[in-house]
Design a protein around this ligand. Structure first.
Ligand SMILES: C[S@@+](CC[C@H](N)C(=O)[O-])C[C@H]1O[C@@H](n2cnc3c(N)ncnc32)[C@H](O)[C@@H]1O
Length: 205
């Protein structure tokens, strides 16, 4: 995937109050669903400017904020420096190409990225590989829509049926704990529900 669109959008990404409201709603939902502890290491995948990661960082030991857009990661670097946030580090990473060896995370979270990823099976396999035993995964994305959410750009997925996504996670050995709508985005006079799906390794307690 070309990163040009997101590189270009990065500098003004956080100016959009709709995005800030969505991140706040997802962070609040994660807070009630995922038993985060200050000992946990976390990965935010497809972080953009890491709006969500910055909201959760003080609940966690560390957050790697990963994206394929260097422009987005520049914004993350600037925000961390400006806010004195030391436990959130940007990283250029494409997990559809495989997971880095020798690294695990207690918590992986991702918002509004999955629908931009063609090979979701490869990405989910990397998530499963990177999750520590007992680790948690939280995925927020659009519920299945008719394509009208992105009228001017081609994306590989028009949202997801969370139950079907859960079956895809099961192929990678992950068990869905719960999913539910946590927010609605308004665009072009229409409303688009956003779900949060939480999961962990099938053998976790
Ligand atoms: C719609 S934005 C969401 C950004 C952020 N999570 C948010 O909620 O504001 C999608 C992000 O996914 C990133 N992305 C797209 N494909 C990716 C991939 N294969 N791996 C990592 N990041 C990807 C884009 O660069 C962009 O930052």
């Amino acid at each position: 995937m070309s990163t040009g669109h997101f590189d270009h959008a990065a500098a003004s990404w956080d100016d959009n109050p709709t995005r800030r409201a969505m991140s706040a709603a997802i962070a609040a939902a994660i807070d009630t669903r995922v038993p985060m502890t200050p000992a946990w290491t976390a990965l935010e995948y497809g972080c953009g400017t890491a709006t969500l990661g910055f909201l959760l960082a003080d609940r966690l030991r560390s957050v790697v904020a990963a994206d394929i857009s260097a422009g987005m990661l520049d914004q993350v670097r600037q925000k961390a420096a400006a806010g004195g946030v030391r436990n959130l580090q940007p990283r250029l990473l494409d997990l559809t190409q495989g997971a880095p060896a020798g690294e695990t995370f207690d918590f992986i979270f991702s918002a509004m990225t999955l629908h931009h990823v063609d090979n979701t099976a490869a990405l989910i396999a990397s998530f499963a590989r990177l999750l520590a035993p007992g680790g948690w995964l939280a995925l927020a994305d659009l519920c299945a829509e008719d394509g009208s959410f992105h009228p001017d750009t081609v994306v590989p997925h028009h949202g997801f049926d969370p139950a079907a996504l859960g079956r895809q996670l099961a192929v990678a050995g992950l068990r869905t704990v719960a999913w539910r709508p946590v927010h609605e985005l308004e665009r072009h006079g229409r409303r688009y529900p956003v779900f949060l799906l939480t999961a962990n390794h099938a053998f976790s307690g």
